[in-house]
Design a protein around this ligand. Structure first.
Ligand SMILES: Cc1cc2nc3c(=O)[nH]c(=O)nc-3n(C[C@H](O)[C@H](O)[C@H](O)COP(=O)(O)O)c2cc1C
Length: 220
């Protein structure tokens, strides 16, 4: 598949077919993704590919947290506090499109919470992964892990697979650490739901817009 086609085809997938993905395929995708560039070739990413038991355990622990109003301090700021208007407007637009596709109204708090909860079953994907960043690398290294994640999302497309990145997992770093035992020298960044897209579901049938290049590029 042409790289430019893959870039255009990639979108967040939040509903999956009930179809397994072999571990061999996951290994192949990771083997491709690892060729991401990183400063000094530091490769500061770590990936935890979860088995079904761990996925179920995580889901029930986090839903229990949510249902009982238990919160944890994320290890990084998921959204800037405060957030400037131009960023806030994009977040609003993104939510409007997703909830609009699902016909969940703005004041439907329960409907929105239920959609948030879907994150913790990896949206029903057969493969759930967690991505961590080595703590010592700081801001610069996070960008390098981003290259790795983008490779993962793009290369999955070649196998007919779809992905959704999920920072929602970082809402509960302690619960996730206890269950997965990820190394405490790492920061939990995000989850990745991976599977065959269910193209019939409305949540996979809208696209998020992008700004014109005039808004983010200056030709000096
Ligand atoms: C690091 C990262 C974390 C994300 N976390 C979530 C998440 O927790 N739940 C979710 O539904 N989407 C999540 N997304 C998906 C974004 O909302 C999505 O990428 C954005 O709206 C653009 O849409 P597109 O991916 O379909 O192009 C995340 C994306 C990134 C890059």
């Amino acid at each position: 598949m042409d790289i430019i086609d893959a870039i255009h085809k990639r979108q967040s997938i939040r509903s999956f077919k009930d179809r397994e993905v072999s571990q061999e395929t996951v290994r192949e995708i990771l083997n491709i993704s690892k060729y991401a560039p990183s400063g000094g070739n530091t490769q500061p990413w770590k990936v935890y590919v979860l088995n079904q038991n761990i996925m179920k355990e995580l889901e029930s622990a986090i839903l229990n947290n949510l249902d009982n109003g238990i919160s944890e301090k994320p290890n990084f700021s998921i959204y800037p506090q405060p957030m400037s208007d131009h960023l806030k407007n994009r977040v609003k637009e993104c939510g409007k499109l997703m909830y609009g596709a699902l016909e969940i109204k703005k004041d439907d708090i329960e409907g929105r919470l239920n959609q948030l909860k879907q994150n913790f079953s990896f949206f029903g994907a057969p493969v759930g992964m967690l991505i961590t960043v080595e703590k010592e690398v700081d801001l610069n290294g996070w960008g390098h892990v981003g290259h790795f994640i983008q490779n993962l999302c793009l290369s999955s497309i070649k196998f007919g697979l779809g992905t959704c990145l999920q920072e929602s997992w970082s809402m509960y770093p302690e619960t996730v650490q206890k269950i997965t035992n990820y190394n405490k020298s790492e920061i939990l960044w995000c989850g990745v739901a991976l599977g065959y897209p269910n193209n019939d579901h409305p949540i996979n049938n809208y696209r998020t817009p992008r700004e014109d290049i005039e808004t983010f590029a200056k030709f000096l």
